[in-house]
Design a protein. Sequence first.
Length: 199
Amino acid sequence: MGKLPNAAGSWRRGVSLFLLLIPFIAFAPIGYAQAKEPFKQGETLPDLVLAVPGEASQAAYLGLQSEKGQTFRIGQIKQPWVLIEVFNMYCTICQGEAEKVNRLYEKISQGPLNDKLAVIGIGVGNSPFEVKVFRNRYRIKFPLFADGDFKLHKLLKEPRTPYFLLVRVHEPSLRIALTNLGAFGQVPDFLADLEKTMK
């Protein structure tokens, strides 16, 4: 007769597995693309207040002074356009798209859109530590911002992730010119859509 399983050991393994899966369970709904997008083209972006990047190079990229504890608004970014990626580090789609988003950023920064379009990311439900882990894991070079308390996520009408918004910055109000919910397809095609919209 085989040994009966150790109840205490099985219980501990079950609890350990559950604790390991908590982040994925908690954030799983965020990573599923929904049918209806929160914003339409032409609508106004809410007033988002972000922490100035601690790295001087990233602050300079946005035209900001790197000062600890300071905040800024999207309208203060020096480029006339900004592409915002709303992501979550536990979102499997966001993880899968990270390499493509990196390539998109490289195309933008190395091409004619470099002085016209900034790229930033907002990690909804993610702490600064989690955002740093995501940045390092996927070698992301553009500025990422933590939204651990979901405050920004609520202002953005709680979109699923990933969610991309192209915003016209230097206007009386921040106009949303293009949105994309979920994976954006091929980099050249999405870049062409951005260029066409910005003309």
